[in-house]
Design a protein around this ligand. Structure first.
Ligand SMILES: CCCCCCCCCCCCCCCCCCCC(=O)SCCNC(=O)CCNC(=O)[C@H](O)C(C)(C)COP(=O)(O)OP(=O)(O)OC[C@H]1O[C@@H](n2cnc3c(N)ncnc32)[C@H](O)[C@@H]1OP(=O)(O)O
Ligand SMILES: NC(=O)C1=CN([C@@H]2O[C@H](COP(=O)(O)OP(=O)(O)OC[C@H]3O[C@@H](n4cnc5c(N)ncnc54)[C@H](OP(=O)(O)O)[C@@H]3O)[C@@H](O)[C@H]2O)C=CC1
Length: 515
């Protein structure tokens, strides 16, 4: 049987969400490991004052593509951008482009979504559900289509403890919800959102569950697979270790902790941290694309792409390795020395929020005000608290995912494909991965230079000295206030001071005798 790369040779691939975190890694891997792929059609919208072409050109300059660039400097010729806004009717694809896509596409990877946890329901529904419906209508017209791969999330059914590789009944019939929300104004939708999402924590997981249902309902005769990654983190091996380009999920937490801003977070030390490296997810996705097209399973296969059941690692261990990495490889201009702890106790958490977040923020803002600058620390902390509040649902409990289909797929791969498209997470060495992940946030998210580490260490030493000085002044101040008010404190003070004197004179006397 042909290898995975041989199967992709000569194929036209359509990718949504190619400018996103996972989409970019998918594009890069296809170009690097399947060099004979015919063309990658990517749906892109203009954004933030940049045209579609400018965005694609920028994307291709990204360091992520360095390895492909080395082998094939003309790789950009295989990327064909198609202008599309997924929230518009017909995905706003021009009739000419529809004609091109329907006549040539062989396989579709649907990665686009809004992954924000605070997305208003109407928008999340529009993008994650309605756009998926519209894409499927387009896909149904594709004359040479062999597989449609939908990227979902392992948390689409996070209201369950044990999650099998099946599409569960949706929380509501998607069509009914779409029809009802259409006439409601945004404020009403906002009011009823908590009732609608029920025992799911946010509109993201809710709409991703609905999207899976839509994929099932509209699959018709298509060969379909659904990939459900858990918490997607930096790359493990490919194209190089530690590649990451955003603040989502744990990355923002790691950075905030490394900068010494985040000192505490609600999470359970013993809960499994189901991180999965982005290259693992993409390798599995490409292998699933091949398998779906070649073996044409009778029903849509769902692949839970997780690590917890295979090679578990816990939030407590992550905390330890993150802190240790940032102490050895500090981030530049840290606010305080990195020293963060997770706790599952609400009262302890609130205490540390007050003492380690709000109090230093107040002092720093006071300092900024006095030096004629705009206070900003409290604002930063308020945003940080909102973000970690949204994550704590995922860091305080654990889930069990069945991963039979992932194992089955691995067994179907040749030895060569297993190496080229490696998704065997049993080989993952967590401490090494977390170290590379943290260094990746430093290099690729914050664009900090590794050669500046000595200066960053020097800055941490300065912060330590400031802390010692501050603590000493505070202690002396508190003690003075205390002594002024209490006879007993004064007596203890005189007693301690006289003890110190006696101790010193004893030492002086004994050192004179020995000379
Ligand atoms: C105590 C430390 C020890 C460490 C160990 C313990 C770690 C525990 C970690 C627990 C993590 C658990 C993660 C669970 C995730 C479950 C995932 C489910 C899987 C998925 O399917 S989806 C992917 C996950 N999705 C997300 O993560 C999205 C979450 N984000 C949001 O919903 C919003 O971004 C958020 C948080 C509501 C913030 O919104 P907003 O305030 O509007 O800010 P923006 O997002 O618009 O960002 C504005 C601007 O700021 C930059 N930014 C964002 N975060 C940070 C940050 N932490 N530090 C610095 N800068 C940040 C952002 O990039 C934007 O910049 P622009 O230049 O683009 O404007
Ligand atoms: N990251 C994670 O931890 C996890 C992600 N997933 C799933 O993986 C997929 C990819 O996630 P990820 O790469 O992290 O997400 P990103 O937010 O990085 O990327 C989202 C992509 O969708 C595109 N998109 C969003 N809105 C529109 C729109 N209106 N029209 C056209 N394109 C749009 C974005 O384009 P633009 O650049 O123009 O905004 C971007 O390319 C998603 O389906 C997500 O649910 C699943 C589990 C975990």
């Amino acid at each position: 049987m042909a290898s995975i790369s041989q199967w992709y040779a000569g194929k036209n691939v359509l990718i949504t969400g190619a400018t996103g975190f996972m989409g970019k890694v998918l594009v890069e891997k296809l170009l690097r490991s399947c060099p004979d792929v015919k063309a990658l059609y990517i749906l892109v919208r203009p954004k933030a004052g940049q045209s579609m072409s400018e965005r694609v050109q920028d994307m291709m300059k990204c360091k992520l593509f360095d390895r492909v660039r080395e082998v094939n400097p003309d790789f950009h010729q295989k990327i064909i951008p198609i202008s599309s806004e997924l929230t518009e009717p017909g995905l706003a694809i021009s009739p000419e482009d529809v004609q091109t896509l329907t006549s040539c596409i062989n396989i579709v990877f649907h990665c686009a979504a809004t992954i924000r946890f605070d997305e208003p329901l109407k928008h999340a529904l529009q993008l994650n559900v309605i756009a998926t419906q519209q894409l499927l209508s387009l896909v149904q017209q594709m004359q040479h289509l062999q597989a449609f791969i939908h990227i979902s999330t392992a948390y689409a059914n996070c209201n369950r403890r044990h999650i099998d590789e099946v599409i569960y009944p949706p929380p509501v019939e998607p069509k009914k919800l779409i029809d009802s929300l259409e006439w409601m104004d945004d404020s009403i939708v906002c009011d009823i959102t908590p009732h609608l999402i029920g025992d799911r924590p946010n509109t993201y997981t809710y709409t991703k569950a609905l999207a899976e249902c839509v994929v099932q309902q509209q699959s018709g005769k298509l060969n379909i697979a659904i990939i459900r990654p858990s918490i997607v983190g930096a790359s493990w091996q490919e194209p190089f270790p530690g590649w990451i380009d955003n603040f989502n999920g744990p990355s923002g937490v790691f950075i905030a902790a490394g900068k010494g801003i985040l000192r505490t977070m609600r999470a359970s030390n013993d809960a499994v941290a189901d991180l999965i490296p982005v290259d693992v997810v993409i390798n599995l996705t490409l292998a699933a694309g091949w398998y779906t097209a070649v073996h044409r399973p009778k029903t849509a296969l769902v692949y839970n792409c997780t690590t917890g059941g295979i090679n578990p690692f816990h939030w407590g261990e992550i905390e330890h390795h993150v802190m240790s990495t940032f102490k050895r490889n500090p981030l530049e201009q840290a606010f305080r020395r990195p020293n963060a702890n997770i706790t599952s106790n609400y009262l302890i958490y609130q205490y540390w929020i007050l003492v380690s977040h709000k109090f230093p923020a107040l002092i720093y803002d006071l300092f900024l005000r006095l030096s004629g600058q705009k206070p900003q620390m409290m604002r930063i902390f308020n945003r940080l608290h909102k973000a970690i509040g949204l994550l704590e649902y995922f860091s305080s409990q654990d889930w069990e995912w069945n991963s039979d289909n992932m194992n089955m797929l691995m067994s179907q791969l040749s030895a060569e494909d297993r190496k080229t498209f490696n998704f065997d997470v049993r080989q993952l060495n967590w401490p090494e991965y977390i170290e590379n992940y943290c260094i990746g946030t430093k290099k690729y998210v914050l664009n900090e230079d590794m050669s500046d580490i000595p200066a960053a260490r020097q800055h941490l030493r300065k912060l330590r000295n400031i802390r010692y000085t501050f603590n000493t002044v505070l202690l002396v101040f508190i003690w003075r206030v205390f002594i002024a008010r209490s006879q007993m404190a004064r007596n203890i003070w005189y007693f301690v001071v006289s003890l110190c004197f006696k101790f010193l004179s004893y030492f002086r006397a004994s050192s004179t005798l020995t000379q």
